[in-house]
Design a protein around this ligand. Structure first.
Ligand SMILES: [Zn+2]
Ligand SMILES: [Zn+2]
Length: 143
């Protein structure tokens, strides 16, 4: 469980000033992995009151650029944010309701970084999206 002190430490660790909106966004994204921007704005407002959309957008951009948050955008979905960064994990997305869950790399540490042909690129990230139906949606269809 992360505490406000942890979030302050994370911000200082990437040389960002500690502000209440930044702390609120970090804690919201930690508590609601893969939330979209609108949900994050709503949750931050519950906590802080009058924070503008633009302020939350700016915080999300700053935290993503600093590497504290990861932005994912499966094709056809709005951008989502998560606090699980740096492990090159993948996502499974429900075609029906858009639910998203984390999927660890299939074997060992980030094996998907080893491309069969890297075309001379220095590859540092591989993004895999698994598509299918979540348990709720597949139950709804079969019943
Ligand atoms: Zn679903
Ligand atoms: Zn994730």
């Amino acid at each position: 469980m992360s505490t406000p002190e942890d979030y302050e430490r994370q911000l200082r660790g990437v040389a960002l000033r500690v502000t209440r909106p930044r702390l609120a966004v970090l804690s919201v994204v930690h508590d609601h992995p893969h939330a979209d921007t609108d949900s994050i704005i709503g949750l931050v407002r519950d906590e802080l009151g009058g924070v503008s959309h633009q302020a939350v957008y700016d915080v999300l951009r700053a935290l993503t650029t600093a590497g504290l948050l990861r932005r994912i955008e499966p094709p056809g979905s709005v951008a989502r944010y998560e606090a699980r960064v740096g492990d090159n994990h993948h996502h499974v997305v429900c075609r029906s309701c858009g639910a998203i869950a984390d999927v660890d790399c299939a074997v060992g540490d980030a094996p998907c970084l080893t491309a069969s042909d890297d075309h001379g690129f220095a590859i540092d990230e591989a993004e895999v999206v698994y598509w299918g139906l979540c348990p709720d949606c597949s139950t709804a269809i079969s019943s």
